[in-house]
Design a protein around this ligand. Structure first.
Ligand code: DER
Length: 282
């Protein structure tokens, strides 16, 4: 189909532009688009890939790596990141919850040379909604450990602001906390947060690769940083719905493991392709 062809074009372009034979550690995301990324990398041949380690972001990603004959690694088996002086002068603890620039960490301190992944929606500032495949925790763990994080998407995913087409923010939670988290999400303005059900695949809630649940929380379309020019930057009308502010508030709810909002500032680049051909956002 046109969409599959677009996903494949975006993936091959992303690998051409952002995969280098000198790389050692490569993160592989989850979903259907990243399948084409693995195809493009495997096509480089064993001479190049046999010396590399491919780090998965969940069981589907792990299967993808194994079936492509690529050497499988694991995020908890990577060399330790040098903990370095940051521009804040302090020694930064590696925080997987926020963008690397938030901590002043330099990309070169990260374990992975590059990580490739898909996304459910991408806004004009390269923030992403992720978690449609319920793999967002390990995806963010890998993404925030990579020098470069490349999101591969067809043009359906590109919207001016998040929550334009994709209706909810996926949030990974401890099952016990579900009622509490739901109540707080409603207080924060989510109209109807729901625990994601397995449907015909599984009676009851979807259980993630981390034995957690997913709550899909609808919110109004989120604001861009550029929307805040001249407006409040705190918790006022606009500030509340700014991607970073809302992300931080959601992350602080007790019981939340991770939130499906990824920040463009930690090196997200998009190799997005419409029907006609690959485009690339800076
Ligand atoms: O769960 C995720 O964030 C995945 O990357 C996923 O939603 C993207 O899926 P797709 O490539 O099948 O659209």
């Amino acid at each position: 189909s046109g969409i599959e062809a677009a996903k494949q074009r975006a993936a091959f372009k992303a690998v051409d532009d952002h995969f280098h034979p000198s790389y050692k550690y490569i993160g592989i995301g989850s979903g259907s688009t990243v399948v084409y990324v693995v195809q493009a990398i495997a096509a480089k041949g064993r001479k190049i890939t046999d010396g590399m380690i491919f780090v998965p972001t969940g069981d589907q990603s792990k299967q993808l790596i194994i079936e492509a004959g690529l050497p499988l690694g694991s995020i908890d088996a990577l060399p330790p990141v040098e903990v370095s002086q940051t521009k804040m002068g302090g020694v930064a603890a590696l925080n997987v919850g926020t963008g690397l620039q938030d901590l002043g960490l330099k990309g070169k301190r990260q374990s992975l040379d590059v990580a490739f992944d898909g996304a459910d929606e991408i806004d004009d500032e390269l923030n992403c909604i992720k978690g449609g495949g319920a793999c967002l925790f390990q995806e963010k763990l890998v993404a925030s450990s990579a020098k470069k994080f490349i999101v591969v998407a067809d043009s359906r995913k590109l919207q001016k602001r998040l929550l334009t087409k994709w209706p909810t923010i996926p949030i990974e939670i401890a099952p016990l906390s579900a009622p509490t988290v739901k109540r707080i999400l409603i207080t924060l303005g989510s109209s109807d947060p729901k625990i994601r059900q397995g449907g015909s695949a599984k009676a009851g809630p979807v259980v993630t690769d981390n034995s957690m649940w997913i709550i899909d929380a609808p919110f109004p379309p989120l604001c861009l940083k550029s929307d805040l020019k001249g407006h409040d930057n705190g918790d006022g009308e606009h500030g509340t719905w700014e991607v970073h502010n809302l992300g931080r508030r959601l992350k602080r709810i007790t019981g939340v493991l991770e939130v499906g909002l990824f920040h463009g500032r930690n090196g997200v680049q998009v190799a997005a392709a419409g029907e006609e051909g690959g485009g690339q956002k800076p």
